[in-house]
Design a protein around this ligand. Structure first.
Ligand code: PEP
Ligand code: MN
Length: 359
């Protein structure tokens, strides 16, 4: 570790403090020495605790900028020396790790296209045995929570003690307003299953644009995330990768200052009383919903019997369309979103089909 990175900085690693989330920022890629130094200097007093920058870039198509490789290490050394900020890079194999360790990189991150492959994550874990460098594990590109958890476990088993999960969204075939839709239920479930692993939101790769960065970061803080990772470039329009989603250090500082950090809990009597009362109501409604769902499934089974006796197919598209139409119309009258109604109906419909197909 370089003498400019103090051990205090590392003990506080990946944890939010009373008035700030754990902030990581820096360009998508280390393009040139000037770009890196310029961006880092402008970020120096923004409250960030880790400077990020890709040295090897996993690009979708060949022939695009794939990173400067080892020549970027000297620039990162300068960043550390001149700003005192610890630095993080993406590593995807043991060779990358060897270079990173030889060049005083403080934190490693495993990218989404690597977490997806257990062979690669295991090779990384094996190379990290006995080296307790902090590691960030991004979610795999596909929405597979177990694969994400498996990646974290492999790194834990190598003896790495400082690990955080980075939520960067998931690939989707459907066109959405996000570059990688967040599917918040996946990191929420990760939190439930691994409550001690700090959770960081990489809103840049979720959004793929500049406009929704603030709202996605705020959403993450509302869900009690520990940190935010943002791509920041001194001249984002001319960035060599991910230009559309990078922002200037100035916009970054502005965005961070508008974020509201939520407290985990409050002892305020009135608050506790109101919350308990509302939670009690929710518990009652959940019970009723579950009873109603059981009643609905009983009827589905009876329909299944009738169809079977008359040799009728289970799926009837016209009827399914009618259910959707009615539910969407009713939902929109009472303020339930189309997306929510469709998710709810799809789950119910699938379960009904499964019940009906049981002999
Ligand atoms: C990155 O952080 O620049 C990157 C390549 O991210 P991801 O692995 O999330 O695509
Ligand atoms: Mn990027």
């Amino acid at each position: 570790m370089d003498e400019t990175t103090t051990s205090e900085q590392l003990t506080a690693l990946f944890q939010k403090d009373a008035d700030s989330p754990y902030l990581i920022a820096g360009p998508c890629s280390a393009e040139t020495e000037e770009q890196l130094i310029h961006t880092a200097r402008q970020l120096q007093n923004s409250g960030i605790r880790l400077f990020r920058s890709g040295v090897w870039k996993p690009r979708t198509r060949p022939g695009t900028f794939e990173g400067n490789g080892t020549s970027a290490f000297a620039w990162l050394k300068r960043v550390k020396k001149e700003t005192g900020l610890p630095v993080a890079i993406e590593i995807a194999n043991p060779i990358h790790i060897g270079h990173a360790l030889n060049h005083d990189i403080d934190v490693l991150w495993i990218g989404a296209r690597t977490t997806v492959n257990p062979f690669m994550v295991q090779d990384i874990a094996d190379a990290l045995k006995g080296i307790d460098i902090p590691v960030l594990v991004k979610n795999p590109v596909n929405p597979d929570l177990d694969l994400w958890i498996g990646g974290i476990e492999r790194i834990q088993k190598a003896g790495v003690t400082q690990i955080a999960a980075v939520h960067r969204g998931f690939s989707s075939y459907a066109k959405t307003k996000f570059r990688n839709p967040p599917y918040w239920e996946i990191p929420v479930e990760l939190r439930r299953r691994m409550p001690d692993i700090p959770l960081i939101c990489d809103h840049s790769h979720i959004c793929g644009n500049r406009e929704s960065l603030l709202s996605v970061a705020q959403y993450a803080l509302d869900l009690n995330y520990d940190g935010i990772m943002t791509e920041v470039h001194h001249d984002p329009d001319n960035a060599w990768s991910d230009a559309q989603q990078q922002i200037t250090p100035e916009s970054y500082k502005q965005m961070i200052s508008s974020l509201r950090l939520r407290k985990e809990y409050s002892d305020d009597e009135k608050f506790v009383e109101t919350l308990d009362m509302l939670r009690h109501k929710i518990d009652e409604i959940d019970q009723e919903l579950i009873d109603l769902l059981a009643r609905r499934m009983d009827i589905s089974e009876r329909i299944g019997d009738v169809k079977r006796k008359n040799n009728i197919a289970i799926l009837q598209v016209a009827r399914w369309n009618e259910i959707i139409r009615n539910a969407l119309a009713h939902g929109s009258e009472i303020g339930l979103s189309e997306e929510f109604i469709m998710k709810y109906l799809s789950a119910i419909h699938q379960e009904s089909i499964d019940r009906q197909s049981q002999e």
